[in-house]
Design a protein around this ligand. Structure first.
Ligand code: F3S
Length: 471
């Protein structure tokens, strides 16, 4: 029996691709093993969002190659590179990683991975031959509800990829060139998958894509003009989807991730407010607030539009937690732009906020812009914004003290609240007796910057106790 090991890097979208590959490997009768040491084939599912993700991907490839060189058992082991870095750079990498890699596959090959493995195992490559590249042009694939998939997330939460690709022109981003044009699944397909997940005991469904608010708009007769925000009163496929998901029986959360500000509407705000299963949490990467920066970034929104949208969301969905991300150090950014950003953060008091230092990415328009910012200045701006947010986060956390909130228990003594998405947000520390994978209602007794405590007075979080004992 063929044994395969898979290393999944990058974001949740890539994780779903890994899950689909494993689903297809199982369906083809192959065994998936956790240790690369035991495998006939190792797949590295890569990310290439920024330089550091590419370096991490290359690092894993080199490590697998080096390890197999050291063990006799692994002499014939094959190494396949999949995912975003492979899709984008396989032409260059096939000569750079000539000795290390046995095949490159892209995003559309996730369902064809088993026959590709059989093919490369069947014949040894001559030393002079370049590794084969199984990538056919631009990515067009999109999974369906019945696509074989083996979930890699804990039993209680799952991701559903509702669309793939991106039509936005953001000048700093390489992802549209990797993942292709936006294509949505149907509402029926997503609902069928969600029903199945709820039947399997999933308590939180995270809806993901490059831009979840664009869901279904790629099928409109008249495509939305990105420079004109959508008709605010109009229902969209996303609002239909949220209402249908909300109608599925069971106790679970629906979490909407990766929304783009340009496609929010009043109807979407109303829908979230009216659907109790949709978490009072939205993820809306804004990237900047100054018109100068939004223009250079080609974010298809303006400062006035974003400020108005934040107010409409806060007014329309009581108790909403807003998560956003900003980029500092984008080419041309001035101190005045950063001042404006800090003022906006102070006014809006985002419950959750991430800050990226701009990364000059090969193949993007921003990489060729004048006014690239020195590393030291980017660092200083990043620290300034993070310091500000740390203060705001502590104020936000303090408002929870004394309240009873619903949490989803992740591991012994650790849970997430409605305002905390998996992997990226804060935690709620609670007694280890609360069962894992279930909802619980806990009283918040205190906080530590980004995290909340739901513990008897004087008790420390269990994970910290364990760490201390191990020292
Ligand atoms: Fe995700 Fe990295 Fe690709 S962030 S979409 S795996 S480039």
């Amino acid at each position: 029996m063929i044994k395969v090991s898979l290393i999944s890097l990058g974001c949740a979208k890539n994780l779903v691709d890994s899950e689909i590959m494993i689903g297809h490997l199982h369906a083809a009768g192959m065994t998936v093993v956790p240790e690369a040491d035991q495998a006939d084939v190792v797949i590295v599912n890569t990310c290439s969002f920024i330089d550091s993700s590419k370096e991490e991907s290359i690092g894993h490839i080199l490590e697998v190659h080096q390890d197999r060189g050291m063990k006799k058992r692994r002499q014939h082991q094959k190494l396949i590179v999949a995912g975003c870095m492979s899709q984008r750079f396989s032409k260059d990498l096939k000569s750079e990683l000539h000795d290390e890699v046995d095949a490159f596959i892209g995003l559309d090959q996730v369902t064809k991975v088993a026959p590709i493995i059989r093919e490369i195992l069947a014949k040894d490559r001559a030393a002079d031959d370049a590794p084969p590249v199984f990538i056919e042009g631009r990515s067009t694939y999109i999974p369906d509800y019945d696509t074989p998939r083996f979930r890699l997330t804990p039993r209680h939460f799952a991701y559903i990829k509702i669309a793939e690709g991106c039509n936005h022109p953001c000048t700093f981003c390489i992802i549209p060139q990797i993942r292709g044009r936006h294509r949505s699944r149907t509402v029926e397909s997503v609902v069928a998958e969600a029903r199945q997940l709820v039947r399997e005991g999933v308590k939180e469904i995270n809806l993901i894509s490059q831009d979840t608010t664009f869901f279904g708009m790629d099928t409109w007769d008249q495509r939305p003009n990105p420079r004109t925000p959508v008709d605010s009163s109009r229902g969209t496929a996303l609002t239909t989807l949220l209402r249908q998901l909300n109608a599925i029986e069971g106790d679970f959360w629906i979490r909407l991730l990766y929304t783009h500000p340009a496609h929010w509407s009043d109807e979407l705000i109303r829908t979230i407010a009216e659907c109790p299963k949709v978490a009072r949490y939205i993820d809306i990467p804004l990237q900047h607030i100054s018109d100068h920066m939004l223009g250079l970034m080609q974010r298809e929104t303006s400062s006035a539009y974003i400020r108005d949208l934040m107010q409409r969301i806060r007014a329309g969905i009581p108790g909403i937690a807003i998560r956003t991300t900003f980029i500092v150090g984008f080419p041309g950014e001035t101190e005045a732009d950063v001042d404006e950003l800090c003022d906006f953060i102070r006014e809006t008091k985002f419950e959750r906020l991430g800050v990226f230092r701009y990364s000059q990415e090969e193949g993007t328009r921003a990489a060729k812009m004048d006014g690239q910012i020195p590393k030291k200045t980017k660092e200083a701006r990043w620290h300034r914004v993070m310091k500000l947010q740390k203060e705001i986060a502590a104020q936000v956390s303090a408002t929870f003290t004394g309240r009873t909130i619903k949490v989803l228990v992740e591991e012994p003594g650790v849970a997430r609240g409605e305002a905390d998405a998996p992997d990226i947000d804060g935690r709620v520390y609670l007694p280890i007796t609360v069962p894992i994978g279930e909802f619980a209602h806990v009283r918040i007794t205190g906080h530590e910057d980004y995290d909340l405590l739901a513990l008897p007075a004087g008790d420390a979080p269990a994970t910290r106790k364990v760490a201390k004992q191990a020292q």
